[in-house]
Design a protein around this ligand. Structure first.
Ligand SMILES: Cc1ncc(C[n+]2csc(CCO)c2C)c(N)n1
Length: 229
């Protein structure tokens, strides 16, 4: 068993909770309150900006041309392809994408991006990938799980969202990140491997909490608005 197989096995409890979360099940059966969809897109637009910045930090720390090219391609993917599933949600609720951009991150999304930023700034390359991997991996499995459970056809309201995440491109992104992490972990000490596992598990848990944040329209308490600083 390779390192990332172990990670997947150790976090099976969280993957299972994600698949059965009411937001994720609501994507499958086409019923999610509009409010929750809007809350999700607002937070996810900012999350994807942060994700690209983290790839940028990883790129800046890369020495080999091939690694630079890898992070560059991943930024390009998030920038130009990840907008399609967002547009699917926007079209469904009849809201312009632009109106859901530039909003402050709710607490859970704020915590998640700061967790990834921490590993990007303070950790090894393995730790960075450990913190990033649950992002494509949980979404790929959600896409496949919803395909299996609901067999959506083109007339399903979230057909584009589900088929995007169940696609070969997202599979390729996940497989490539896994193989890169497997190589780094194979050359890492036991204590570094433990740090990678810890970063991976927290990101899985924060993925689950992100769905909950969107479903409950989580906000910061109090009257004064916060910013994304
Ligand atoms: C909270 C949250 N987690 C994961 C994704 C999915 N996702 C984000 S970036 C990316 C590509 C990675 O190279 C994928 C698959 C999302 N949209 N929002």
């Amino acid at each position: 068993m390779c390192f990332t197989d172990h990670l997947r096995q150790e976090n099976n409890d969280i993957f299972a909770l994600i698949f059965e979360h009411p937001f994720v099940q609501g994507v499958g059966n086409g019923t999610i309150p509009d409010k929750a969809l809007a809350h999700y897109i607002k937070a996810d637009f900012e999350y994807l900006n942060a994700f690209m910045q983290i790839y940028g930090i990883a790129l800046a720390k890369s020495k080999k041309r091939e690694d630079i090219a890898y992070f560059f391609d991943q930024i390009n993917f998030v920038l130009n392809d990840e907008i399609h599933p967002h547009r699917n949600f926007c079209d469904h609720i009849g809201v312009k994408y632009e109106d859901l951009q530039g909003h402050p991150l709710p607490p859970t999304a704020d915590h998640y991006i700061k967790h990834m930023m921490y590993h990007a700034q303070m950790g090894t390359s393995g730790e960075i990938l450990g913190a990033l991997l649950p992002c494509p991996w949980t979404y790929l499995e959600i896409g496949k799980e919803l395909m299996k459970q609901f067999h959506p056809t083109r007339d399903h309201p979230f057909y584009d969202w589900i088929s995007f995440y169940a696609s070969d491109e997202v599979e390729k992104t996940t497989t490539e990140m896994r193989s890169r992490l497997d190589i780094l972990a194979a050359n890492a000490s036991k204590s570094e491997q433990d740090l990678i596992s810890e970063a991976f598990r927290k990101s899985c848990q924060l993925e689950l909490k992100f769905w909950e944040m969107a479903y409950t329209c989580e906000e910061w308490p109090g009257e004064k608005k916060v910013t994304n600083q």
